[in-house]
Design a protein around this ligand. Structure first.
Ligand code: TYM
Length: 340
């Protein structure tokens, strides 16, 4: 039996709007896990500033986006009484533990991170040191709480493997069983939501085409329009999974329907297979509007009272700190730092 009690931690970056990929790949599981676990959800503002300022927009935009993302969490179903909801930079232990982990993680491990390569692009020399160190901060986020489960989309798998490697090496180097070996929770029919314009590309905030993604702040009309305009091929919908092979756009839309409806992809194909693609798209547009439009409405309601959102983040930060502080203090002792 593990000495660690089950505890969930996850986070999202406040760079621009959240989109359907964030919602289906991660947030639906966050909401579900509230019923069975102790849950901690973070707005990772320190991760946001690892990219060029033109990406995160500067101080004013970061501040607004942090509040917006916190409101989006709540609008999507995160209950701030049940879960701890806070922004990363308010809890200094994240940065503190990152430094210790910087001295545990190896350059070779970070050199393998595909997301760094993608984000840095060709101009690697000009990427920030923070972008390179991003996965180490992520490991500190998780391990400062001794979190055992981390619900994320598929694109975070490699970062979570690094988190496990850091925990294992720390425990081995210091001869302790102090950090848990965290389990990724990559679950459901839409762990990798693709662009609505190109089924081979991940849906992402950075895609220049707004038609490629559904933002959680989109109006009902925009949501329906984007689904109807989503790229598809000329064939109808098949009645089984094999029929989706080599058809990334169709596969993606079926996955989105399944995740929104709480069904398996097979059941969706049973229901719609053999029919025209356009009637499936109409059903998907209706379902998307029914599930997503209320989130934007609730977000706006919450944001109308900025004091409330700020209060939630401050209260969450106090509760988060109460958990992280003794764990990080113990880590400092283990390292041999003189701890007052
Ligand atoms: P971020 O903000 O890039 O993404 C937030 C979450 O959304 C998921 N996601 C997707 N899932 C399915 N399909 C997509 N197209 C898609 N796009 C994004 C991501 O997998 C993620 O779960 N590095 C993290 C933030 C982070 C974190 C942490 C997560 C910082 N510290 C500690 C867990 C634990 C990230 O990708 O954020």
């Amino acid at each position: 039996m593990s000495q660690f009690k089950p505890r969930v931690f996850s986070g999202m970056q406040p760079t621009g709007n959240l989109h359907l990929g964030n919602y289906l790949g991660a947030m639906l599981n966050w909401v579900r896990m509230q019923a069975s676990h102790e849950t901690i959800y973070c707005v990772v503002d320190m991760h946001a500033i690892t990219q060029a300022m033109s990406v995160w927009g500067g101080p004013k935009e970061l501040n607004t986006a942090t509040r917006n993302v916190a409101a989006a969490y709540m609008a999507a179903g995160i209950n701030p009484k049940r879960s701890i909801l806070f922004n990363q930079s308010q809890v200094a232990e994240h940065g503190e533990l990152t430094w210790i982990f910087n001295c545990v993680a190896r350059l070779g491990w970070l050199n393998r991170m595909t997301q760094f390569k993608e984000k840095a692009g060709k101009d690697r020399e000009n990427a920030s040191v923070g972008l390179y160190d991003y996965p180490v901060l992520m490991a500190a986020d998780i391990l400062a709480y001794h979190a055992t489960h981390v619900p994320v989309g598929e694109d975070q798998k490699q970062h979570l493997e690094l988190c496990r490697d850091i925990a294992i090496k720390f425990n081995n180097d210091f001869g302790v069983d102090f950090f848990p070996i965290t389990e990724p929770v990559i679950m459901g029919p839409a762990t990798r939501v693709m662009s609505l314009r190109d089924g081979t590309k991940k849906m992402s905030k950075s895609d220049p085409s707004d038609l490629s993604r559904i933002n959680l702040t989109d109006s009902a009309d925009d949501i329906a329009k984007k689904i109807r305009k989503a790229k598809t091929d000329a064939d109808g919908l098949p009645s089984d999974r094999e029929g989706l092979e080599g058809r990334p756009e169709a596969d993606n839309l079926v996955g989105i329907y399944a995740a929104l409806a709480g069904m398996e992809a097979d059941a969706v194909l049973k229901q719609f297979g053999g029919g025209q693609f356009s009637s499936f798209k109409n059903a998907l547009a209706d379902l998307s509007v029914a599930k997503l439009a209320p989130i934007a409405v609730e977000m706006n309601r919450l944001l109308a009272d900025p004091g409330y959102v700020e209060g939630v983040l401050n209260d969450g930060a106090n509760r988060a700190r109460a958990i992280a502080a003794p764990i990080v203090k113990e880590a400092r002792k283990i390292v041999g730092f003189v701890v007052g």
